[in-house]
Write a protein that binds this ligand. Structure first.
Ligand SMILES: *Cc1c(COP(=O)(O)O)cnc(C)c1O
Length: 371
């Protein structure tokens, strides 16, 4: 009986236990505590940012980012069609409208040309998302944002340690966000962060994450806030993970090189490039794109029978049932829809041994060849 290989498992054998013990021994278990500050400083340094606010999730970070921008009812935010629903929900919860644009067929990240085509006089912000391990092509996006006077909220939830032309992802947005969910490269179970160089936005996010307390009197409020604080326990785990980020990325790249060797010659399988002219893939996940949705579903069914976990790519946001009757302008996005429905990813946990990676690669390749 071979074991089941899940798509991901966190690797927690660094300083996680030691730091958690410190939390317990000192009693600092809530959001007050030294690890929160250390983790914020570590991420700010990684991303060359002045300010960082630790939060309860990547979703909270997106929600507070858009609330901090003070969007109005008719304002539009352009979002790639292939990403997690937190992105567009955050815009809706801030009272504005998401507008979806198509993606690049090779990197699966936002297509700057379609992004520019979707700009109207109502557009206020854009949300580039570094997806699955590759960076968005930031230079044209920065030019477009400047030309049309738009905010950039940069979603780097999957991009810890990724760089674009040598500059860290997470350094490009007016606000940049990260997630530390259990399957992310740096994890603390649940958690997120917002980073910025803008002191006004920084203060606003800090204010909103903590119930919008006024300073002149405790328990006095002029605004509706949230409890989206990260605890010292979460930050303790996050910091221990952050210490090993380089090692984690090296491991992911090695894993991908092994997988590539099994899939690169299968004609009906498309794999992501290991690098391009502006970034090196950090392989947050290892994805495979097939030629049809049926083929993709069949492959996943056969993988399950072979005890190999897999997960489909994100669902196209322009096709989400929840958005159907919300008066959004949902145009077709041919590349998004094709990639989203034909793609899935295979086990990529950091605790897989080289032998296991070869076993999975070989098994998946033989299933794909026989489809
Ligand atoms: C994981 C993820 C998020 C949300 O993070 P949570 O911590 O799960 O709320 C946001 N954006 C992207 C691109 C993600 O992959």
């Amino acid at each position: 009986m071979s074991k089941f290989y899940p798509v991901n498992e966190p690797l927690l054998d660094g300083n996680e236990k030691k730091y958690l013990n410190e939390c317990i021994e000192t009693g600092w278990i809530s959001s007050e505590g030294p690890f929160v500050k250390k983790f914020e400083e570590g991420m700010a340094k990684l991303c060359q940012r002045e300010f960082a606010v630790a939060l309860s999730s990547g979703t909270s970070a997106l929600e507070l980012a858009f609330k901090a921008l003070d969007l109005k009812e008719d304002d539009e935010v352009i979002i790639p069609g292939l990403t997690i629903i937190s992105c567009s929900n955050a815009v809706i919860k801030a009272g504005a409208k998401p507008v979806f644009c198509d993606i690049d067929p090779v990197t699966y990240c936002i297509d700057p040309k379609d992004l520019e085509a979707k700009i109207t006089d109502k557009t206020k912000a854009i949300l580039p998302v570094h997806l699955y391990g590759l960076a968005c092509d930031m230079d044209p996006i920065l030019v477009i944002a400047k030309k049309h006077n738009l905010y950039i909220v940069e979603d780097a939830a999957e991009a810890h340690g990724l760089t674009y032309k040598g500059k860290p992802c997470g350094s490009f947005g007016d606000i940049s966000i990260f997630s530390f969910y259990a399957n992310k490269l740096v994890s603390c179970g649940e958690g997120g962060m917002a980073l910025t160089n803008n002191e006004v936005l920084f203060s606003k996010i800090k204010f909103l994450k903590d119930q919008a307390f006024e300073t002149q009197r405790r328990f006095l409020h002029n605004e509706i806030g949230h409890n989206m604080r990260m605890t010292n326990l979460q930050a303790a785990v996050g910091l221990a993970q952050l210490e090993r980020l380089e090692e984690f990325i090296e491991k992911k790249k090695k894993m991908a090189a092994i997988y590539d060797s099994y899939f690169k010659d299968i004609s009906h399988v498309t794999i992501a490039p290991s690098k391009n002219e502006y970034c090196e893939n950090i392989y947050w996940i290892y994805g495979l794109v097939l030629e049809s949705e049926e083929q993709c579903l069949l492959a996943q069914k056969k993988l399950k029978e072979a005890k190999i976990g897999s997960r489909p790519f994100f669902y196209p946001l322009n096709k989400q049932p929840v958005y159907e009757n919300m008066n959004l302008n949902l145009t077709n996005l041919p590349i998004t829809e094709k990639i989203a429905l034909n793609g899935f990813y295979i086990p990529g946990g950091l605790n897989l041994t080289e032998e296991e990676i070869h076993y999975i690669g070989k098994t998946v390749a033989s299933i794909l060849k026989d489809l």
